[in-house]
Structure formats: C-alpha cells, structure tokens
Design a protein. Sequence first.
Length: 95
Amino acid sequence: MSLRNLFRKGLRCVIGSGLDVLFWKDNWCAQKPLIEYANPGVAITNIRVVDLILFGNVWDIQKLQELVPEPIVKLISSIPIPDTGAPDKIIWGLT
C-alpha cells in the first residue's frame, strides 16, 4: 500500500451539514467508503451526505435502504446530525 493510500485510509469525515462529504467515496461512517457496500444494481452517483438528510435533520431512511444493506442503514441512522449547520470536518481516524 502506498503512503498516499495509507494516508487516505486514515482520514475520516465528521458530519456537520453534509454538504462537503461524498456519500459513496468519502470515509464517513464505516471502515471503508460506502461504495464497497452498495446494494447490487445501485447507480453510483456523486451524491453528497446532505442529499440523504431530510428537513428537521433526520436521515432519509427510505433512500438509504435503496442504496445500502440494512446493517449499514442502521449504522448511518445512529449517526447524529447536528442542527447547527456546522461545516463537515476531516479528522485522522487511525490513532
């Protein structure tokens, strides 16, 4: 594994507004990007996490169920969504 890949593997996104986090490609809720957990036949698009958040800062469970398996839906739905509109953060997650 190259140093660049190792570095990218260690980065984690912490959800704020969800505007800057790519749903499929960024590492924000599981051990690896969600693209590796996609339901069969799902079109992988450049959706952002904010696209899966409903008014009132709740997860759009119906959309999530169309995209990823139920264990991942449960994992995502356990992530609190701040109501402050704070920006998303990138942190180092391997320490």
